[in-house]
Design a binder for this molecule. Structure first.
Ligand SMILES: CC(C)(COP(=O)(O)OP(=O)(O)OC[C@H]1O[C@@H](n2cnc3c(N)ncnc32)[C@H](O)[C@@H]1OP(=O)(O)O)[C@@H](O)C(=O)NCCC(=O)NCCS
Length: 174
């Protein structure tokens, strides 16, 4: 798994030294957490377990990056990969601290990661599975060249509001 630099960001492997920043900036952020699968962390031990899981993922060739701001070295977000080897497909998940929303950071990071996954790691397709009411995520996917491929009707229940929505599959092929 490669590390990257863009104009404003360092996109790199996560280490246990990132624990405090990942906890404070991301794992406890309730706004960011609304669309994520885990609940906001109540203590650093929970975040440490998550980082330990990611470190084990590296040993098996998995993909998990943190996003660090060059200007102040804050770790502000995470990009994850979940591989289906059979189809050379990788599902990406992405999230950023709500303090930093709408600065173009995630699309800046994802464009580089998608290019790497398709043209250096040899995946045929990169996909993101997005609730239909998560407009910021849909816009980010579109800005990175992904297109809507499928609609899974009423397959998503928002854990905060309880609202049921469709799940959209966004993808980009090599
Ligand atoms: C999705 C997410 C990663 C985007 O990160 P980001 O750094 O803010 O993304 P960018 O700034 O690159 O792009 C976001 C785009 O969405 C737009 N946007 C955000 N909220 C919006 C809204 N409510 N309505 C319309 N557009 C919206 C922004 O204007 C921007 O588009 P633009 O550049 O054309 O103006 C971030 O919102 C996030 O972490 N959300 C919580 C976790 C999450 O939902 N992850 C995805 C799970 S599927």
């Amino acid at each position: 798994m490669k590390n990257f630099e863009t104009e404003r960001l360092i996109i790199r492997k996560i280490s246990i030294d990132d624990l405090d920043q990942i906890y404070e900036n991301w794992a406890t952020d309730e706004i960011t957490n609304e669309y994520l699968t885990f609940k906001p962390h109540k203590n650093k031990e929970e975040t440490k377990k998550m980082i330990d899981y990611w470190l084990k993922k590296y040993e098996k060739g998995g993909y998990e990056w943190c996003i660090e701001l060059k200007e102040n070295h804050n770790v502000i977000g995470i990009i994850s990969g979940d591989i289906s080897y059979k189809y050379k497909c990788i599902e990406i998940g992405y999230s950023i601290s709500s303090k930093y929303f709408n600065n173009g950071y995630m699309s800046e990071a994802l464009k580089v990661i998608i290019n790497y996954l398709l043209y250096e790691c040899n995946f045929n397709v990169v996909e993101a599975i997005i609730p239909s009411n998560n407009i910021a995520s849909i816009k980010t996917a579109l800005k990175c060249g992904m297109k809507e491929e499928a609609v899974l009707k009423r397959r998503y229940k928002n854990k905060v509001t309880g609202e049921v929505n469709d799940l959209l599959v966004y993808s980009i092929f090599k």
